[in-house]
Design a protein around this ligand. Structure first.
Ligand code: PLP
Length: 283
């Protein structure tokens, strides 16, 4: 996988070095970590002889976007259960063009989507569907994400950094890390500390920590500071960041470096998890 060197005054001021692992370049439609999260889910769906993939997400979901494309590629029908009222946007337009059936769920139903009774009703309605949880956050997703670091020489890095939604990606990274790496996860939701318990359950090392201060008001929250940071980062690096995950992570990481909340003279690997299709909601 491609690695970009990041040169920036914030890094050189403290003698730090940074590499960025470019999952955003994996595929134009299925960019980033979603590719890894779907891999073993699709294998399992095949093993169970299912012909349909069903999952959940918001109206700008990178996960549903990737699922729709992967379904088309691997010959599955796809069903996307979307949170909230019926809307139309570029993300869902793509999903529909790739053959996904979109069903909108009220916010209340969406909250109850993991209840046994709701799952039972889905299985009855769609017996041929393999049900993947929101964000691909299950054992198959985590297993796929443990392959993100394959081929990377881990011991040259002191710190490995990744953004966190459900925590599946970070869990895979932690499991693949060397105990000598320190792994930092930047949560994209408000009060993301609750994610630590589940990540701990799904991982085998304790060399990690969550940074929960850089959510910018909550999931998909944004302000001028964040948008200006994205623009400056693009101007200096020619690398686009998505505003939901990677811009918050990079902003937070630079801020922690400037505040000496990270040791100086370390080598950092940041994982760009993609998600750029979601930036179309900024237009
Ligand atoms: C889904 C997503 C994440 C979060 O992944 P989790 O495994 O849910 O923590 C991070 N970055 C991008 C771009 C994503 O689309």
């Amino acid at each position: 996988m491609e690695i970009s060197k990041i040169h920036h005054p914030v890094l050189s001021a403290k003698g730090n070095e940074m590499d960025m692992l470019r999952l955003d370049l994996i595929h134009p439609a299925v960019s980033g970590n979603k590719w890894f999260k779907l891999k073993y889910n699709i294998e399992q769906a095949k093993a169970e002889n299912k012909n349909t993939l069903l999952s959940f997400g918001g109206a700008y979901s990178n996960h549903l976007h990737a699922l729709a494309y992967a379904g088309k590629l691997y010959g599955f029908q796809t069903i996307g259960m979307v949170r909230g009222e019926s809307v139309n946007n570029k993300t869902l337009e793509d999903c529909i063009a790739w053959g996904m059936q979109i069903n909108f769920l009220s916010r209340e139903d969406y909250r109850n989507k993991n209840e046994d009774s709701f799952t039972a009703s889905l299985i009855e309605k769609y017996p041929q569907a393999f049900i993947i949880p929101e964000g691909g956050n299950n054992q198959y997703g985590i297993r796929g994400c443990s392959e993100i670091l394959e081929g990377t020489d881990l011991l040259q890095y002191d710190v490995i950094v990744c953004s966190v939604g459900t925590g599946a990606t970070l869990s895979g990274i932690i499991n693949a890390s060397d105990p000598r790496n320190r792994v930092l996860g930047f949560t994209a939701v408000k009060n993301g500390g609750y994610l630590a318990a589940e990540i701990a359950k799904n991982t085998e090392h304790d060399n990690w920590q969550l940074c929960t201060d850089y959510h910018f008001g909550g999931f998909a929250g944004k302000n001028e500071t964040l948008l200006n940071f994205m623009k400056d980062f693009y101007d200096s690096q020619s690398i686009e960041l998505d505003f939901v995950y990677n811009a918050k992570m990079m902003y937070g990481l630079f801020d922690m470096i400037q505040q000496n909340r990270l040791p100086a003279r370390v080598k950092i690997l940041v994982i760009h998890t993609g998600g750029l299709q979601g930036n179309r909601s900024l237009m």
